[in-house]
Structures are given as C-alpha cells and as structure tokens.
Write a protein that binds this ligand. Structure first.
Ligand SMILES: NC(=O)c1ccc[n+]([C@@H]2O[C@H](COP(=O)([O-])OP(=O)(O)OC[C@H]3O[C@@H](n4cnc5c(N)ncnc54)[C@H](OP(=O)(O)O)[C@@H]3O)[C@@H](O)[C@H]2O)c1
Length: 251
C-alpha cells in the first residue's frame, strides 16, 4: 500500500495490543500522524506519557459506549487531517472482577451480555460509521477490527464464553455488512476482521494457564504479524475474517 505521509487511528490504544499498534505505527515510515484513543487516564499512562514526548501522536478520549465521545474525537481528527489511511479497532472486553466468561446458561446475565455487545460489537460498528468520510479518498485505506477465533460459529466445539463468542460473531457480521456498503461508498477502503492469536495482555491473563509458551504471543509479535496481514490484503479480501498468519478463518 502506498501510504506515504499517511494518518492512522487506533481505537482502544491505552494498553495491550492497541498500545502495541501505536508504538509500531510510530516506527513505520508510512504514517505521519497517529491518533490513539483511551477511555480513562488510569490505564492509559503509557499512551499519555508517549504522547507528551511525541508530538505526532495525539491521544483522544473515547468511551465507545458513548457515541458522542466518538463523534467528538472524529471531529478533532477532521479538524487536523482530511484523511485516514489505517484505522484499527482494538477495543475489547472479556472479564472484570466478578464478571467472568460464562461457563453455562445458568451464569447468563443480562448486564454482562449487554456490555459484551456494547464494547465488542456496537463500538466497532460506530467506528465504521463515523470514520467513513475520513477513509473515503483516492488512496488505499484500511479499517480493521480485532475479532477472535472464538467468535467463529463454524469452529465452536467447546461451548461456553457465551457473551464474548456471540459479540465477536456479531462483530464479524457487522463488518461483513459494512464492507458491502463501503465497496459502494468508499471503494478504496478494505475492511478486515483479524484474530490476533492468544496474546499476553490483561484480557488473556487469567486464561493463559495451559497455553503452550510458543502459542502465547508478545504484544510486539502480534502487532508485527497483524501489520503483515494488513499489508498483504487486496480489495477482494474486504469483509473477510483472517487468522494472525493470514489464513482465512471459518465464519
Ligand atoms: N489478548 C488476546 O489473547 C486476544 C485474543 C483474541 C482476540 N483479542 C482481541 O484483541 C483486542 C485487544 O485485546 P487486548 O488483549 O489488547 O485487551 P486489553 O489489553 O484488555 O485492551 C482492551 C482495550 O479496550 C479498551 N476498552 C474497553 N472498554 C472500552 C470502552 N467502553 N471504550 C473504549 N475503550 C474500551 C481498553 O481500555 P481501558 O484501558 O480503558 O480498559 C483497552 O484499551 C480485543 O478486541 C480482544 O477481544 C485478544
């Protein structure tokens, strides 16, 4: 992709894979302006400290469950740059204190299910909605969302993790649908759903026991692998679901 002096946005850049993307994009000669969103300063010290040192990194406060905060952030970007070349949705939620992935129907909880969908699914749809004008230009652009293999319906053999699985499956459908609309309205934009592989972040931390060391990726490794997948995508790949090694995953 020819993205000389391009601009990139990472949604969910406070920690984990999102912060890893910010670091990698800053070292990538193709991207001049980098925007990274955070929800709360407490967990975003790495991003905020980096932005104090690096003027071409702009942190923006966004809670994806509050559409107005996303619209305000996009307005700020539009005021500074007319185009985005790469947008990566790295927001995700799996567990929080007493709220853990459901092992059985008995554990289904309305508020927990709603939170999974608000954060993992709806936020990504709103990003696709609000970023369209910035991604629609005459250069190649890419909008990727971090999904999860566990959201594959065809691959579901173990059950459990109802909310996370269902919210990622719904994310996949939302992006597949958005890719069809983008092909009409913003034909130079590729949309992609990416499984990062099990990556050493706070999201996977309680579930890392039993994962062989060679299958537990560092954030840096995951980000490099996903950047390679993104760089190799063509317009024919838009709306598809990819593993970290670039292979297709079943819906
Ligand atoms: N790690 C893995 O093994 C793995 C495997 C498969 C898929 N994934 C997917 O990869 C993505 C990144 O995961 P990660 O491992 O980097 O997780 P992480 O370290 O927990 O990061 C999640 C990010 O989402 C943000 N976030 C959560 N709720 C939000 C909200 N309401 N509004 C805005 N931001 C919000 C978090 O912000 P705060 O800091 O404010 O909480 C944080 O920046 C997720 O979509 C996850 O489902 C991860």
């Amino acid at each position: 992709m020819a993205e000389a002096r391009g601009s990139a946005l990472v949604v969910g850049a406070s920690q984990g894979i999102g912060l890893g993307f910010v670091n990698q994009l800053l070292q990538d000669g193709r991207f001049q302006q980098i925007y990274g969103t955070y929800r709360q300063p407490d967990s975003a010290q790495g991003l905020l400290t980096l932005a104090e040192r690096v003027p071409r990194l702009t942190p923006l406060a966004v809670d994806v469950t509050d559409e107005a905060s996303l619209a305000t952030a996009i307005g700020t970007i539009q005021g500074r740059t007319p185009q985005l070349h790469r947008v990566v949705y790295c927001v995700g939620w799996l567990h929080d204190g007493p709220l853990q992935p459901e092992k059985s129907l008995r554990q289904l909880d309305q508020a927990q299910l709603l939170r999974s969908f608000e954060v993992n699914t709806i936020g990504a749809g709103l990003v696709a909605k609000h970023c369209l004008p910035l991604l629609n230009h005459d250069q190649p652009s890419l909008l990727a969302a971090l999904s999860a293999k566990i959201g594959s319906i065809g691959d579901n053999r173990l059950g459990g993790w109802y909310g996370y699985r269902a919210s990622k499956a719904a994310l996949n459908m939302l992006f597949k649908t958005a890719a069809i609309e983008y092909a009409r309205k913003s034909p130079n934009t590729i949309l992609a759903l990416l499984h990062p592989g099990t990556t050493d972040t706070q999201l996977s931390q309680p579930f890392q026991r039993g994962v062989p060391p060679e299958k537990l990726f560092s954030v840096q490794r995951t980000v490099s692998q996903l950047m390679t997948v993104m760089d190799n995508l063509t317009p024919a790949d838009s709306g598809e679901f990819f593993n970290w090694d670039g292979s297709r995953l079943p819906w």
